[in-house]
Write a protein that binds this ligand. Structure first.
Ligand SMILES: Cc1cc2nc3c(=O)[nH]c(=O)nc-3n(C[C@H](O)[C@H](O)[C@H](O)COP(=O)(O)OP(=O)(O)OC[C@H]3O[C@@H](n4cnc5c(N)ncnc54)[C@H](O)[C@@H]3O)c2cc1C
Ligand code: SF4
Ligand code: SF4
Length: 586
């Protein structure tokens, strides 16, 4: 019988140990591949029209460096507290974290950062070039005009903004209701732009006569007058209806409006939804009447959903064809209207993802209401607000059009943007500022090439930090995909939700519905971010390197090439694709 082996009988285990330093063995000479730190572009940054450096912003928040995070936003976007509230956050749709569980609440963090700075009265330490002696005039103090002034001022231009209304802000001030954007927030963000040296001249509409003076006194002009003229339905009886945008303006001016009964709000965009929700807060029963279906409404989906929860009815596939005053009304105050609605049906074709609708034969429906509001869109107030037909000295860019005439003129914001959103208006202002600066420094022919050089990812978002050649200009345009994230390092964690009033509480006043995240919730949410494509000093590259070739000196990481044998373990382990492996050039 075979004797059972004991531990004593087993062969001793020999572990080779060196009695001298192994530093003599320069394993670096075996290398065919070389690892390097290579920052790349996060998909959220590329999707943000303002090109914010989101992975870096979230990294700074997770480290408690809120002021630095704020300044990093301000590099690219002058209005973080506003965008954190009203931007439709396309960044979150692109967020890689969405593939693991839920996207990072980027807009809530942006709002938190903006609010923390406002509440602690911080002043930003931003790069501002010395005065270059050039003057720019800006027509319109909406987000496009304000952003143009902000970026041009940082580039050393003296800026005068001419605004027709009594206060600056454009639709931010007169359109978007206070329950989504309080006036105080807007004022504080605009004040910071003025603190840069920008002069805003209110109640000073730019007229054709003023344009002549601008041509003589200024070196450049930006036209960002927005879409101020409401589009008409062009149906009989329309004169009895109110204009939606004018109504919102009246409410935001503090005007007293006594309304009751039921109101039809015609349209499917942001204006229609905001008019309906405003009416609800005034005690009226609003019904949105839309010619397509809910899924085709151009308004921001979460706002449509909130309107539904607030009890606002939506009637789809109906378009008004006639409005008649009810002969039964005894006085102006109890007047009611009969609105005849043509039934519509979806035809097979779709226009940019929205259903194409056609009349459903002769089928109609009538709606009896006390008030009618039209909110079907707007257009440029006058012809000169728009760039003229194409000619040789005109450059049509993604968010603006620049024309070389007596002085260079840039048209931007809603006037030129295909997507009419606040952050696109800001993108427009940044593009205009960079284009004008390139024009003055290098000439007309260099504009396009210079803009390409400061794109975020493949564009169209532009980075002012890149234009000013700041540190993050080194990041590669490669957009990090979820497959390139080492998801083993991340555990599922729920997205934070901002405290929000219930629909019942919301409709009782114009108080803001959503609150700002607490410091704790913001830090926790920022920690969920993968920080795609940037090094956040997690140290996994150093921990896993078998040759102890990853060095850290004064918080800077580098590879000691004497010992790196090019195995690439650091690159594979990097959780966020902030490294790369390239062939060794012998
Ligand atoms: C009701 C409503 C709600 C919206 N909600 C959202 C939202 O939640 N999120 C979002 O991203 N987008 C939203 N939008 C769209 C967004 O507000 C616009 O895309 C954005 O404001 C466009 O900016 P702008 O600077 O081009 O124009 P505007 O904001 O329209 O500003 C133009 C400015 O020019 C001034 N002006 C006009 N003519 C002259 C002149 N001759 N001289 C001097 N000044 C002049 C106007 O008074 C105004 O102040 C909303 C739009 C509306 C109507
Ligand atoms: S501005 Fe909009 S798109 Fe950009 S980071 Fe903020 S929420 Fe996202
Ligand atoms: S995980 Fe962070 S860096 Fe990556 S896409 Fe989302 S927000 Fe951007």
């Amino acid at each position: 019988m075979k004797k059972k082996q004991t531990s004593k009988d087993q062969l001793p285990l020999f572990i080779p140990r060196s009695n001298t330093s192994t530093q003599i063995n320069k394993t670096g000479s075996w290398r065919y591949f070389r690892p390097l730190y290579e920052e790349k572009t996060a998909p959220c940054s590329a999707a943000c029209p303002a090109g914010e450096d989101i992975p870096r912003i979230e990294m700074l928040v997770s480290q408690g460096l809120f002021k630095k995070a704020w300044e990093t936003i301000l590099d690219e976007n002058p209005l973080p507290s506003i965008c954190g509230r009203v931007c439709f956050h396309p960044c979150e749709k692109a967020c890689n974290r969405g593939e693991l569980d839920e996207p990072i609440a980027i807009h809530s963090l942006e709002r938190f950062i903006g609010e923390s700075a406002i509440s602690s009265s911080k002043s930003a330490d931003l790069k501002k070039l010395p005065n270059n002696g050039k003057k720019a005039a800006i027509a319109g103090a909406g987000p496009a005009g304000l952003a143009t002034a902000y970026f041009l001022s940082r580039l050393g231009y003296q800026c005068d903004v001419f605004e027709a209304q009594s206060e600056p802000g454009g639709i931010l001030r007169w359109g978007i209701p206070a329950y989504r954007l309080p006036e105080d927030t807007l004022k504080k963000e605009i004040k910071r732009i003025e603190d840069l040296g920008v002069h805003i001249h209110c109640e000073t509409p730019v007229t054709e006569a003023l344009l002549q003076k601008i041509n003589q006194k200024y070196n450049a002009l930006f036209i960002g007058c927005g879409y101020g003229r409401p589009i008409k339905l062009r149906i009989p009886g329309e004169e009895s209806a109110h204009d939606g945008l004018r109504f919102l303006h009246q409410i935001r001016t503090g005007g007293k409006v006594a309304l009751q009964g039921t109101a039809a709000v015609v349209g499917g965009g942001n204006t229609a939804v905001d008019v309906a929700r405003t009416l609800k807060r005034l005690g009226v029963k609003p019904i949105i009447v839309y010619r397509r279906r809910r899924q085709d409404m151009p308004a921001f989906e979460p706002e449509i959903e909130r309107a539904r929860k607030e009890g606002i009815e939506l009637m789809e596939l109906l378009t008004p064809i006639r409005i008649e005053e009810d002969p039964g009304s005894t006085s102006k105050s109890d007047s009611s209207f009969k609105m005849t609605l043509q039934k519509m049906k979806v035809s097979t074709k779709e226009i940019r993802g929205r259903a194409r609708v056609i009349p459903y034969g002769e089928k109609t429906k009538t709606l009896q209401v006390q008030h009618i509001f039209i909110a079907i869109g707007a257009e440029a107030e006058v012809l000169w607000h728009l760039p003229s037909a194409k000619n040789n000295n005109q450059l049509t860019l993604s968010h603006s059009t620049i024309i070389e005439q007596e002085i260079p003129v840039v048209f931007g914001g809603d006037l030129t943007n295909e997507t009419k959103r606040v952050t696109d208006a800001i993108a427009s202002g940044k593009q205009a500022a960079i284009a004008l600066d390139v024009y003055f420094k290098k000439g007309w022919d260099s504009i396009e090439e210079s803009l390409v050089n400061c794109r975020v990812g493949g564009g169209p978002a532009l980075s002012m930090a890149a234009y000013l050649n700041e540190e993050r200009n080194n990041r590669k345009p490669h957009i990090v995909s979820f497959d390139e994230i080492n998801s083993d390092y991340f555990q599922s964690a729920p997205r934070v939700i901002s405290p929000t009033l219930s629909p019942d509480q919301s409709v009782r006043s114009f108080s803001e519905i959503e609150a700002t995240l607490s410091k704790r919730a913001a830090t926790q949410e920022a920690e969920r971010c993968f920080n795609c494509g940037i090094c956040n000093s997690c140290d996994y590259c150093r921990i896993f390197c078998p040759d102890v070739a990853v060095m850290v000196e004064e918080a800077e990481r580098y590879i000691n090439l004497d010992y790196c044998k090019g195995c690439g373990i650091c690159v594979t382990e990097c959780p966020r694709n902030a490294m790369a492996l390239e062939e060794e050039k012998k």
